[in-house]
Design a protein around this ligand. Structure first.
Ligand code: DC
Length: 222
Protein backbone atom coordinates (compact mmCIF):
# COMPACT_ATOMS: atom_id res chain seq x y z
CA UNK A 1 0.00 0.00 0.00
CA UNK A 2 1.48 3.38 -0.94
CA UNK A 3 2.03 5.63 2.07
CA UNK A 4 3.16 9.20 2.72
CA UNK A 5 6.55 9.59 4.41
CA UNK A 6 7.44 12.87 6.15
CA UNK A 7 11.11 13.61 6.81
CA UNK A 8 12.02 16.67 8.88
CA UNK A 9 15.20 17.96 10.44
CA UNK A 10 17.71 20.80 10.53
CA UNK A 11 20.03 21.89 7.71
CA UNK A 12 22.72 19.31 6.95
CA UNK A 13 20.97 16.44 8.73
CA UNK A 14 20.88 14.47 5.48
CA UNK A 15 17.15 14.91 4.79
CA UNK A 16 17.40 15.53 1.06
CA UNK A 17 19.82 12.72 0.28
CA UNK A 18 17.95 10.23 2.46
CA UNK A 19 14.50 11.27 1.18
CA UNK A 20 15.67 10.91 -2.42
CA UNK A 21 17.15 7.46 -1.71
CA UNK A 22 13.99 6.25 0.01
CA UNK A 23 11.75 7.59 -2.76
CA UNK A 24 13.93 5.94 -5.40
CA UNK A 25 13.88 2.56 -3.63
CA UNK A 26 10.09 2.61 -3.21
CA UNK A 27 9.28 4.15 -6.59
CA UNK A 28 7.66 7.12 -4.80
CA UNK A 29 7.70 10.78 -5.73
CA UNK A 30 10.11 13.03 -3.85
CA UNK A 31 9.02 16.54 -2.84
CA UNK A 32 11.67 18.94 -1.53
CA UNK A 33 9.68 21.65 0.29
CA UNK A 34 12.83 23.62 1.16
CA UNK A 35 13.20 24.19 -2.60
CA UNK A 36 9.79 25.91 -2.60
CA UNK A 37 10.83 28.38 0.12
CA UNK A 38 14.14 28.85 -1.66
CA UNK A 39 12.31 29.63 -4.93
CA UNK A 40 10.28 32.31 -3.13
CA UNK A 41 13.45 33.87 -1.67
CA UNK A 42 15.18 33.82 -5.08
CA UNK A 43 12.19 35.27 -6.92
CA UNK A 44 11.82 38.00 -4.28
CA UNK A 45 15.48 38.91 -4.72
CA UNK A 46 15.05 39.07 -8.51
CA UNK A 47 11.97 41.29 -8.26
CA UNK A 48 13.40 43.56 -5.57
CA UNK A 49 10.94 42.40 -2.88
CA UNK A 50 12.40 42.53 0.65
CA UNK A 51 12.68 39.24 2.56
CA UNK A 52 11.07 41.10 5.46
CA UNK A 53 7.94 42.19 3.55
CA UNK A 54 5.45 39.48 4.58
CA UNK A 55 2.40 40.63 2.56
CA UNK A 56 4.37 41.19 -0.67
CA UNK A 57 6.14 37.81 -0.25
CA UNK A 58 2.83 36.04 0.35
CA UNK A 59 1.41 37.54 -2.85
CA UNK A 60 4.51 36.45 -4.73
CA UNK A 61 4.35 32.93 -3.21
CA UNK A 62 0.67 32.58 -4.09
CA UNK A 63 1.28 33.47 -7.73
CA UNK A 64 4.43 31.38 -8.21
CA UNK A 65 4.24 28.79 -11.03
CA UNK A 66 6.45 26.06 -9.71
CA UNK A 67 7.17 22.68 -11.26
CA UNK A 68 9.35 19.77 -10.23
CA UNK A 69 10.68 18.08 -13.36
CA UNK A 70 12.69 14.85 -13.48
CA UNK A 71 15.63 15.06 -15.86
CA UNK A 72 17.05 11.52 -15.87
CA UNK A 73 17.87 11.13 -12.18
CA UNK A 74 18.05 14.83 -11.37
CA UNK A 75 15.10 16.71 -9.95
CA UNK A 76 14.88 20.17 -11.47
CA UNK A 77 12.98 23.07 -9.97
CA UNK A 78 11.32 25.24 -12.61
CA UNK A 79 9.81 28.62 -11.77
CA UNK A 80 7.77 30.38 -14.44
CA UNK A 81 9.43 28.22 -17.09
CA UNK A 82 12.97 28.92 -15.87
CA UNK A 83 15.24 26.25 -14.35
CA UNK A 84 16.38 27.62 -10.98
CA UNK A 85 17.79 24.34 -9.60
CA UNK A 86 21.28 25.68 -9.21
CA UNK A 87 20.48 29.27 -8.26
CA UNK A 88 18.34 28.19 -5.29
CA UNK A 89 21.22 26.16 -3.80
CA UNK A 90 23.33 29.22 -2.96
CA UNK A 91 23.88 29.50 0.77
CA UNK A 92 22.63 33.07 0.73
CA UNK A 93 19.33 31.90 -0.77
CA UNK A 94 19.15 29.26 1.99
CA UNK A 95 19.35 32.03 4.55
CA UNK A 96 16.74 33.97 2.55
CA UNK A 97 14.46 30.93 2.50
CA UNK A 98 14.71 30.70 6.27
CA UNK A 99 13.91 34.43 6.54
CA UNK A 100 10.91 34.41 4.19
CA UNK A 101 9.59 31.23 5.85
CA UNK A 102 9.16 33.08 9.17
CA UNK A 103 6.14 34.97 7.76
CA UNK A 104 2.87 33.15 8.59
CA UNK A 105 1.25 34.55 5.41
CA UNK A 106 4.01 33.01 3.28
CA UNK A 107 3.61 29.62 4.98
CA UNK A 108 -0.17 29.83 4.47
CA UNK A 109 0.24 30.66 0.80
CA UNK A 110 2.43 27.57 0.28
CA UNK A 111 0.48 25.09 2.42
CA UNK A 112 -2.16 24.08 -0.16
CA UNK A 113 0.52 23.55 -2.82
CA UNK A 114 2.54 21.27 -0.52
CA UNK A 115 -0.55 19.32 0.59
CA UNK A 116 -1.64 18.82 -3.01
CA UNK A 117 1.81 17.45 -3.84
CA UNK A 118 1.46 14.95 -1.00
CA UNK A 119 -2.26 14.19 -1.29
CA UNK A 120 -2.09 11.04 -3.39
CA UNK A 121 0.37 9.24 -1.11
CA UNK A 122 3.34 7.30 -2.55
CA UNK A 123 5.40 10.33 -1.65
CA UNK A 124 8.46 11.20 0.40
CA UNK A 125 8.34 14.86 1.44
CA UNK A 126 11.12 16.60 3.34
CA UNK A 127 11.24 19.92 5.16
CA UNK A 128 10.85 21.42 8.62
CA UNK A 129 7.12 21.09 9.40
CA UNK A 130 5.99 18.16 7.24
CA UNK A 131 5.18 15.81 10.12
CA UNK A 132 3.74 18.56 12.32
CA UNK A 133 1.74 20.71 9.85
CA UNK A 134 1.82 19.79 6.16
CA UNK A 135 1.12 16.03 6.37
CA UNK A 136 0.06 15.42 10.00
CA UNK A 137 -1.50 12.07 8.99
CA UNK A 138 1.61 10.71 7.25
CA UNK A 139 1.97 6.97 7.97
CA UNK A 140 5.67 7.42 8.71
CA UNK A 141 7.36 10.49 10.20
CA UNK A 142 11.11 10.60 10.59
CA UNK A 143 13.12 13.31 12.33
CA UNK A 144 16.73 13.31 11.18
CA UNK A 145 19.30 15.04 13.32
CA UNK A 146 23.09 15.19 13.66
CA UNK A 147 25.64 17.10 15.73
CA UNK A 148 26.22 20.67 14.55
CA UNK A 149 29.91 20.01 13.79
CA UNK A 150 29.07 17.08 11.54
CA UNK A 151 26.24 18.90 9.76
CA UNK A 152 28.54 21.87 9.14
CA UNK A 153 31.30 19.57 7.89
CA UNK A 154 28.91 18.01 5.36
CA UNK A 155 27.69 21.38 4.12
CA UNK A 156 31.25 22.72 3.93
CA UNK A 157 32.31 19.73 1.82
CA UNK A 158 29.35 20.28 -0.49
CA UNK A 159 30.21 23.97 -0.92
CA UNK A 160 33.88 23.16 -1.66
CA UNK A 161 32.76 20.60 -4.24
CA UNK A 162 30.77 23.35 -5.91
CA UNK A 163 33.87 25.51 -6.03
CA UNK A 164 32.77 27.90 -3.27
CA UNK A 165 35.72 28.83 -1.12
CA UNK A 166 34.33 29.32 2.40
CA UNK A 167 35.77 28.61 5.84
CA UNK A 168 34.28 25.91 8.02
CA UNK A 169 33.83 28.47 10.82
CA UNK A 170 31.59 30.57 8.56
CA UNK A 171 29.46 27.53 7.76
CA UNK A 172 29.11 26.74 11.48
CA UNK A 173 28.04 30.33 12.20
CA UNK A 174 25.51 30.45 9.33
CA UNK A 175 24.07 27.08 10.29
CA UNK A 176 23.71 28.04 13.94
CA UNK A 177 21.85 31.21 12.96
CA UNK A 178 19.57 29.34 10.55
CA UNK A 179 18.78 26.58 13.09
CA UNK A 180 17.84 29.21 15.64
CA UNK A 181 15.64 31.11 13.18
CA UNK A 182 13.86 27.90 12.06
CA UNK A 183 13.35 26.58 15.61
CA UNK A 184 12.34 29.82 17.28
CA UNK A 185 9.83 31.21 14.78
CA UNK A 186 6.24 31.45 16.02
CA UNK A 187 4.53 29.60 13.15
CA UNK A 188 5.33 25.96 12.38
CA UNK A 189 8.80 25.97 13.93
CA UNK A 190 11.18 23.08 13.30
CA UNK A 191 10.46 20.44 15.91
CA UNK A 192 10.08 16.69 16.10
CA UNK A 193 6.44 15.57 15.79
CA UNK A 194 5.29 13.58 18.85
CA UNK A 195 4.86 10.47 16.71
CA UNK A 196 8.07 10.84 14.68
CA UNK A 197 10.98 8.40 14.86
CA UNK A 198 14.23 10.25 15.59
CA UNK A 199 17.36 9.07 13.79
CA UNK A 200 20.73 10.60 14.71
CA UNK A 201 22.81 10.47 11.52
CA UNK A 202 26.06 11.84 13.04
CA UNK A 203 27.92 8.53 12.79
CA UNK A 204 25.82 6.83 10.10
CA UNK A 205 26.40 6.57 6.35
CA UNK A 206 23.66 7.50 3.88
CA UNK A 207 22.93 3.87 2.83
CA UNK A 208 22.52 2.86 6.49
CA UNK A 209 20.03 5.68 7.16
CA UNK A 210 18.12 4.92 3.95
CA UNK A 211 17.92 1.24 4.94
CA UNK A 212 16.62 2.16 8.40
CA UNK A 213 13.91 4.42 6.97
CA UNK A 214 12.95 1.73 4.43
CA UNK A 215 12.54 -0.80 7.26
CA UNK A 216 10.28 1.63 9.12
CA UNK A 217 8.30 2.30 5.93
CA UNK A 218 7.78 -1.40 5.25
CA UNK A 219 6.63 -1.92 8.83
CA UNK A 220 3.96 0.67 8.06
CA UNK A 221 2.80 -1.05 4.90
CA UNK A 222 4.90 0.55 2.15
O1 DC B 1 15.79 22.34 3.62
P1 DC B 1 16.34 23.65 3.06
O2 DC B 1 17.69 23.98 3.62
O3 DC B 1 16.36 23.69 1.57
O4 DC B 1 15.29 24.79 3.55
C1 DC B 1 15.55 26.15 3.38
C2 DC B 1 14.74 26.94 4.41
O5 DC B 1 13.35 26.90 4.09
C3 DC B 1 14.83 26.46 5.85
O6 DC B 1 15.93 27.04 6.55
C4 DC B 1 13.51 26.89 6.45
C5 DC B 1 12.55 26.89 5.28
N1 DC B 1 11.66 25.72 5.26
C6 DC B 1 10.55 25.75 6.06
O7 DC B 1 10.36 26.71 6.81
N2 DC B 1 9.65 24.74 6.03
C7 DC B 1 9.85 23.67 5.25
N3 DC B 1 8.96 22.69 5.24
C8 DC B 1 11.02 23.59 4.43
C9 DC B 1 11.92 24.64 4.47
Amino acid sequence: MPIAIAIDGPAGSGKGTVARGVAHALGYRYVDTGAIYRAVALEARRRGVSWDDGPALAALAGALHLDFVWDDDVLRVVVDGQDVSRAIRDDEIGTGASTVSRHPAVRDALLALQRSLGARGAVVMDGRDIGTVVLPDAALKVYLDADLDERARRRHEELLRRGENVHLAEVVAAMTARDRQDMERATAPLRQADDAVRVDTTALTVPVVVARVLTLARERGA
